[in-house]
Design a protein around this ligand. Structure first.
Ligand SMILES: C[S@@+](CC[C@H](N)C(=O)[O-])C[C@H]1O[C@@H](n2cnc3c(N)ncnc32)[C@H](O)[C@@H]1O
Length: 220
């Protein structure tokens, strides 16, 4: 077999795999997720935070740059996964600022705790808490962010109302979504959820494939 025909065969299979993923993964995945809303298993949160995504699709440094972070800020992340985005944000609010990495799954936090110990990061606080009912006080948080997380939670408007409660008057909520996520909502859907929760759009970035929206409290 010549090198050209070898490349053609490989390309054909790559195309078939991509098409199968698009049709089966996306269609079937979305139908299943529409009916069964369960949190993603902890091991999958480590799988989706991979070098390809971090380098080419959702770069943690770019995402953190869009959040208007300053040293000393108090930040809450919902669903930190493996902690790559948590780490980029923690760096920008250090030395006195903190990132509370909140999840309802102990297994997700266990891995994150191991990582921050290994990498000696002192301003990330893993915390078992529920985004429907945060333990934080009213108006106490500068920034809240969630990456590929909000649409996984069955009542996103309730979560955004709770975010609004804990956000300082000049605070921001930053939401980031990625098309291959079977829970991916269109930008207009996420804007509607935020509007229903009393938030207003301040900035938007990205494309239909991956976008990031910053919201503030309406009227503030
Ligand atoms: C898709 S994962 C997050 C992925 C991660 N942000 C990333 O970009 O790699 C969503 C996370 O949200 C968490 N979660 C779901 N419902 C929640 C809730 N009510 N409160 C807090 N965390 C929740 C799940 O346990 C899961 O770890």
């Amino acid at each position: 077999m010549s090198i050209v025909s070898y490349i053609l065969v490989i390309s054909k299979w790559v195309l078939i795999v991509i098409l199968a993923w698009l049709i089966l993964g996306q269609t079937v995945g979305r139908i299943i997720r529409h009916f069964i809303k369960y949190p993603i298993p902890a091991f999958l949160t480590r799988l989706i935070d991979n070098p390809i995504r971090r380098k080419f699709i959702q770069n943690p440094e770019i995402i953190a740059d869009r959040m208007q972070l300053n040293a000393g800020m108090t930040v809450v992340e919902i669903g930190p996964g493996k902690g790559s985005y948590t780490k980029a944000v923690a760096k920008r609010v250090s030395p006195d600022g903190k990132v509370y990495a909140v999840d309802i799954q102990e297994a997700v936090l266990k891995y994150l705790k191991q990582r921050i110990e290994r990498e000696k990061i002192s301003n990330i606080v893993p915390m078992l808490d529920d985004a429907y009912n945060f333990s934080f006080g009213d108006g106490s948080i500068d920034r809240i962010f969630a990456i590929g997380c909000l649409p996984e939670i069955p009542d996103p408007v309730r979560v955004l109302c709770e975010c609004r409660r804990i956000l300082k008057p000049d605070g921001l909520i930053s939401l980031c979504e990625l098309f291959p996520d079977p829970d991916y909502p269109r930008r207009s859907t996420e804007k509607r959820w935020a509007e229903e929760a009393g938030l207003e759009l301040r900035q938007q970035f990205g494309t239909w494939f991956t976008y990031q929206l910053n919201f503030g409290k309406k009227g503030d």
